[in-house]
Design a protein around this ligand. Sequence first.
Ligand code: FE
Length: 420
Amino acid sequence: MQTQLKIFADIGELLTLAGVAKKDARHVREEDLSILPDAVMLCRDGRLIWVGTRREFDASDILKRLDPRGAAERISLGGATVLPGFVECHTHTVFAGDRAEEFEWRQQGKSYQEIAAAGGGILSTVRATRQASFDELKSVAQRRTDVFVRQGVTTLETKSGYGLDLEGELKCLRVARALTGPRVVSTYLGAHAKAPEFDDLTAYLNFMIHDVLPRVAREKLADRVDIYIEKGFFDTDMARVYLNAARALGLPFTAHVEQFSDSGGAALALELGARSLDHAVFMSETAIDRAAGSATTVVLLPASDFYLKMRYPPARALIDRGARVALSTDFNPGTSPTQSLGFVGVLARIEMKMSLSEVIAAYTVGAAGALGLATETGSLEMGKLCDFVALDGSWRELFYTVGAPSIKSVYKSGEALPMN
Ligand code: FE
């Protein structure tokens, strides 16, 4: 195979985030963004092989050595600000239908039970998702994926969990595998809620462990497994059995924990060595301390807290004690029907008192860590994938307005992604 060499030149300011990556996205300061003026990146077959200032580039003989015949493609970024592509590490992008009506009902003060009785709630999405054909589901999920790309997302995690039965879940996971554009990390979340045809959670859990998980693993339909741990849903005993079954199949895992109560999910996720623990609104002081000293990333999802009029997770305590945190939209039709990274970042700054540098780190290196991809993406350094975003204005305007971000172009593994 012929190697492909690309020179990305005319970068006004390059935020490599090398400092953030070096610190494992902990205790991030502005200087960790590692900003280079007038920079150049060299990319070979999708990976960075050189990053530095134009002055260093001109003074070095790297291009002569690597490209003696002058075959490299030179791409001018026109003075743009460049930073690592964003990593959206917690979404429920594959679903059919919407819950717009339910949103209105909630504002009218209808209870969860009343909404469920009126045909709303998660089971309404399950019905619509089961009814949708593969092509219908793929088409809506692709449109949503394109919305993420236009905001600079180069790696997108998406969960199943609206099929629940075997056929429905396999369909959702196959749709995730068929999405184009960003790098997609597919997560099996059958343990999202009880499938309606099962009498109790234990029976459903056994079905997943014996009938679904082995198939998902064999057909390589998911990169990891997730479970919703909460009072009234899966408890920690069930989650322990389930996550150990996933682990036995070689699948990494994550968990939705402590969204509405301290139900011990965070402690379990930490004990079992989960890649991330997500939501963490009601995390205990002990769990915060343990998370800070662990390799598990805490994924903060403030848009769902906003929509539910909840309190926000203890971001400051986590960050100040040295935890690695990530941010994500938790995009889903019920509790967080937004795909806006800008909104999440603004909430993080206003409601969780995170600095802009912390938000940028959480959406790149931190989120890559949550997905087990910290050595691949999240910062622009030699050896990593050439995943980046070129901005029209200054990086200081990021996560400031809620609306269209000023993104000029998005590259994944050195290839421009179509801004559909
Ligand atoms: Fe979620």
